[in-house]
Design a protein around this ligand. Sequence first.
Ligand code: PMV
Length: 344
Amino acid sequence: MKIIASVPAKAILFGEHFVVYGKRALATALNLRLSVEVSGRAGEGYHLIVEDIPLFGLDMELTSEYAQPFINYDEAARAIAYIRSAVQYMEREYGIDGGVELRVKSEIPLSAGLGSSAATTVATIAALKRYFGLWNGDLDELRRDAHKIEKAVQGNASPTDTAISTYGGYVLIEGGGVKRLRDLPEIELVTGTICTIPVGAGHESELRLKTRELVERVKTRKEAFSSVFEHIASAADELTGEAVVALRRHDLTRLGSLMNINHGLLDSIGVVPRRLSELVKLAQESGALGAKVTGAGALPDGTGTVIALPAAGHSDELRIAMGLTGAIVRDLRTNAMGLVVEEE
Ligand code: PMV
């Protein structure tokens, strides 16, 4: 018997960072997937095969001059930490006892703010639960299990990523709780990931701690400018609320403007280094109705992702313009399907 669990990538559309302080955030599932296959093996224990993960090899467009090598064993090791923790959690909480092979395949780049850690965790436990006859179809329980594992590996984590990996679609984080929004439409988004992974000694920890360090930096700024920060955070909360309304009405022009404003707020709290800032400006001037950083942002010279909302008929122009900066550019769709578990 072989079980295959697959889950989507995520993008935070509105409200990242401010969600840490109880404000609203809106996130969606993107149509990039990660799958974990579980099958039996002759021996005991767990044998893991990671077939391919972007950022851990070479990513190139054969039709352009651009090629980006990513060899980052440290990041790959980190992805494996989520699988190891998921296995240990399943042994402890559900009494599973090994004798399986796990095979991971992914289209989601690592450490780019696209939810690869949560995706790995959710898919691993879903596949193991089903393989060991423990799957009761309870997605809420699965999400809570995955969130515990994510927190154990990375310290703090909001419920956003594991919710999107599990449910897909759109989720609104409000007052720390997770609300699925089922009435929002699928839209096209162009993502651009800047990755300047310095291969070699000393830089790995910068990457590993990226989200945590950026969250810390924001906290320092919040403490230094507490009343100003409160206004900025309230504005971000308001933007999230307005974005839900604009999306529901399919008013993409308004949604794009809201993204631009949200980007300005992220810049004001110090999570937008030069390269991401340039990519956003370029997108805004090359056929996007709006563009912003998504997720934690980036440290100077670090990895980060920008989302851009193409104006009708301008996706090619937008993709080409963004690609010329050296970013890895993808044309994606929101509202992708959540967890799918299949048996072969
Ligand atoms: O870049 P990511 O996917 O790690 O997103 C972090 C989002 C934050 O709001 C900055 C932190 C959080 O836990 O919500």
